[in-house]
Design a protein around this ligand. Sequence first.
Ligand code: FMN
Length: 181
Amino acid sequence: MDVCLAKCYRDLTEGVSDYKSDWHQFALSTTFGGVPSSRMVVLREFNSERRSIIFHTDARSEKVNALKETKCAELLFYSKAHKRQYRFKAVVHCHSGDRLASYAYQTLSEKQRALYANSLRPGTPVSPNTELTLDDPESNFLVVVCNYNALDYLDISEATPTRLCFSWDKSSVLKKITLTP
Ligand SMILES: Cc1cc2nc3c(=O)[nH]c(=O)nc-3n(C[C@H](O)[C@H](O)[C@H](O)COP(=O)(O)O)c2cc1C
């Protein structure tokens, strides 16, 4: 396997299990009606064979509208310690109320489940008088599976940066191109 790709896979595997790792969170970028939007999310699962990156979110959040509309996203990882950036282009699939979502929900702590219990959708304006009412958290819980088909790899740790473009075609055949940084 390519050394740089192996490094990336090792980093993301660490990011899933180590909450202190720089790779534990990434910026997710979407577009909706041509308007770009980015936000941080936590890396929950990574599988290099399936080329999948998974995060959890609230089914009622803005990003889910964008993901359902365009079915694609860009995922941006950067580690200041390692001076490496990974930029993935992915096709996304949203799962709620199915076996995958149910399985993932079972792995959540009570504290994590509570994040999905507010009856008001994320981003709702509130005032000091707004009463907090609780909802069934599982019904608001959503798993997003991002299947990447391209990776823009950038290492700026050396005097001459390394930039590589990895892409996979429909038959999962990998192509690697070296790019000017
Ligand atoms: C470090 C960090 C990690 C976050 N992780 C998540 C996450 O895993 N899932 C999520 O929905 N929001 C997460 N958030 C909050 C999002 O960045 C965002 O504010 C929220 O989901 C609303 O985004 P939206 O309005 O674009 O849907 C995280 C924020 C930070 C700063």
